[in-house]
Design a binder for this molecule. Sequence first.
Ligand SMILES: [Zn+2]
Ligand SMILES: [Zn+2]
Length: 143
Amino acid sequence: MPAPNDSHIRERLRAAGLRVTAGRVAVYSHLLEATSPLRHGDLVGALEHLHLDQATVYRNLMDLTTAGLVQRTDIGDHSWRFEAVEHAGHGGAHHPHFVCTVCGDVQCLDDIAVSFTDHHGQVHTVGKRPVEVQLRGTCDNCA
Ligand SMILES: [Zn+2]
Ligand SMILES: [Zn+2]
Protein backbone atom coordinates (compact mmCIF):
# COMPACT_ATOMS: atom_id res chain seq x y z
CA MET A 1 0.00 0.00 0.00
CA PRO A 2 1.49 3.42 -0.92
CA ALA A 3 2.10 5.88 1.91
CA PRO A 4 -1.01 7.93 2.58
CA ASN A 5 -0.70 11.40 1.08
CA ASP A 6 -2.01 14.64 2.32
CA SER A 7 -5.03 14.89 0.05
CA HIS A 8 -6.12 11.37 0.99
CA ILE A 9 -5.97 12.39 4.65
CA ARG A 10 -7.89 15.62 4.10
CA GLU A 11 -10.50 13.70 2.18
CA ARG A 12 -10.95 11.18 5.00
CA LEU A 13 -11.26 13.91 7.62
CA ARG A 14 -13.87 15.75 5.60
CA ALA A 15 -15.80 12.54 4.88
CA ALA A 16 -15.89 11.87 8.63
CA GLY A 17 -17.32 15.33 9.23
CA LEU A 18 -14.17 16.78 10.78
CA ARG A 19 -12.72 20.15 10.04
CA VAL A 20 -9.30 19.87 8.41
CA THR A 21 -6.67 21.42 10.67
CA ALA A 22 -2.89 21.09 10.55
CA GLY A 23 -2.91 19.32 13.93
CA ARG A 24 -5.51 16.79 12.86
CA VAL A 25 -3.72 16.02 9.61
CA ALA A 26 -0.46 15.53 11.53
CA VAL A 27 -1.98 13.25 14.19
CA TYR A 28 -3.98 11.16 11.73
CA SER A 29 -1.16 10.81 9.20
CA HIS A 30 1.23 9.70 11.94
CA LEU A 31 -1.24 7.03 13.05
CA LEU A 32 -1.76 5.90 9.46
CA GLU A 33 1.97 5.31 9.12
CA ALA A 34 2.42 3.63 12.49
CA THR A 35 2.74 -0.14 12.53
CA SER A 36 1.50 -0.60 16.08
CA PRO A 37 -0.85 1.25 18.43
CA LEU A 38 0.60 4.41 20.00
CA ARG A 39 0.04 6.07 23.34
CA HIS A 40 -0.87 9.75 23.64
CA GLY A 41 2.66 10.37 24.98
CA ASP A 42 4.24 8.57 22.00
CA LEU A 43 2.38 10.90 19.63
CA VAL A 44 3.26 14.01 21.61
CA GLY A 45 6.94 13.01 21.35
CA ALA A 46 6.73 12.14 17.67
CA LEU A 47 4.99 15.40 16.76
CA GLU A 48 7.07 17.65 19.01
CA HIS A 49 8.81 19.21 16.00
CA LEU A 50 5.42 20.53 14.84
CA HIS A 51 4.92 22.33 18.18
CA LEU A 52 1.68 20.56 18.93
CA ASP A 53 1.10 20.62 22.66
CA GLN A 54 -0.24 17.67 24.68
CA ALA A 55 -3.74 19.08 24.93
CA THR A 56 -3.97 19.64 21.17
CA VAL A 57 -2.80 16.09 20.42
CA TYR A 58 -5.25 14.71 22.99
CA ARG A 59 -8.17 16.71 21.63
CA ASN A 60 -7.41 15.58 18.09
CA LEU A 61 -7.15 11.93 19.19
CA MET A 62 -10.57 12.20 20.83
CA ASP A 63 -12.08 13.86 17.74
CA LEU A 64 -10.64 11.21 15.44
CA THR A 65 -11.85 8.41 17.75
CA THR A 66 -15.35 9.86 17.97
CA ALA A 67 -15.44 10.19 14.18
CA GLY A 68 -14.52 6.53 13.80
CA LEU A 69 -11.18 7.07 12.04
CA VAL A 70 -9.15 5.99 15.04
CA GLN A 71 -9.79 3.26 17.56
CA ARG A 72 -8.41 2.99 21.05
CA THR A 73 -7.38 -0.10 22.90
CA ASP A 74 -6.53 -0.65 26.54
CA ILE A 75 -4.05 -3.50 26.68
CA GLY A 76 -4.45 -3.76 30.44
CA ASP A 77 -1.88 -1.23 31.60
CA HIS A 78 -4.51 1.49 31.98
CA SER A 79 -3.16 3.66 29.20
CA TRP A 80 -5.06 4.00 25.96
CA ARG A 81 -3.32 3.14 22.72
CA PHE A 82 -4.55 4.69 19.51
CA GLU A 83 -4.38 3.38 15.98
CA ALA A 84 -5.89 4.37 12.67
CA VAL A 85 -8.71 2.02 11.70
CA GLU A 86 -7.44 2.17 8.14
CA HIS A 87 -3.69 1.97 8.66
CA ALA A 88 -1.21 0.53 6.20
CA GLY A 89 -1.48 -3.21 5.71
CA HIS A 90 -4.18 -3.37 8.30
CA GLY A 91 -7.05 -5.83 8.50
CA GLY A 92 -9.47 -3.24 9.80
CA ALA A 93 -11.17 -2.52 13.09
CA HIS A 94 -11.14 -4.83 16.09
CA HIS A 95 -8.29 -7.09 15.12
CA PRO A 96 -6.44 -8.95 17.87
CA HIS A 97 -3.30 -7.61 19.51
CA PHE A 98 -0.26 -9.37 20.86
CA VAL A 99 1.19 -7.87 24.03
CA CYS A 100 4.67 -8.75 25.28
CA THR A 101 4.52 -9.15 29.06
CA VAL A 102 8.25 -8.37 29.38
CA CYS A 103 8.79 -5.17 27.36
CA GLY A 104 5.18 -4.11 26.82
CA ASP A 105 5.51 -4.09 23.04
CA VAL A 106 2.16 -4.25 21.23
CA GLN A 107 1.75 -5.82 17.80
CA CYS A 108 -1.28 -5.89 15.53
CA LEU A 109 -2.31 -9.34 14.43
CA ASP A 110 -4.01 -9.04 11.08
CA ASP A 111 -3.61 -12.45 9.57
CA ILE A 112 -5.18 -14.68 12.16
CA ALA A 113 -8.83 -15.23 12.86
CA VAL A 114 -9.87 -15.68 16.46
CA SER A 115 -13.14 -17.25 17.45
CA PHE A 116 -14.45 -18.00 20.86
CA THR A 117 -17.55 -19.58 22.35
CA ASP A 118 -19.57 -17.61 24.86
CA HIS A 119 -21.46 -19.11 27.80
CA HIS A 120 -24.56 -19.54 25.60
CA GLY A 121 -22.55 -21.81 23.33
CA GLN A 122 -22.54 -19.20 20.54
CA VAL A 123 -19.41 -18.87 18.45
CA HIS A 124 -18.11 -15.35 17.77
CA THR A 125 -15.42 -14.46 15.29
CA VAL A 126 -13.26 -11.44 15.96
CA GLY A 127 -13.43 -8.98 13.11
CA LYS A 128 -17.18 -9.34 12.78
CA ARG A 129 -17.99 -8.23 16.29
CA PRO A 130 -16.76 -5.31 18.31
CA VAL A 131 -14.74 -7.26 20.85
CA GLU A 132 -11.16 -6.76 21.83
CA VAL A 133 -8.78 -9.68 21.98
CA GLN A 134 -5.32 -9.54 23.42
CA LEU A 135 -2.84 -12.37 23.32
CA ARG A 136 -0.10 -12.21 25.91
CA GLY A 137 3.30 -13.77 25.77
CA THR A 138 6.95 -13.01 25.15
CA CYS A 139 8.01 -11.25 21.93
CA ASP A 140 10.96 -12.32 19.77
CA ASN A 141 13.24 -9.71 21.33
CA CYS A 142 12.53 -10.88 24.86
CA ALA A 143 12.33 -14.64 24.28
ZN1 LIG B 1 9.21 -7.98 24.50
ZN1 LIG C 1 -3.79 -2.94 15.87
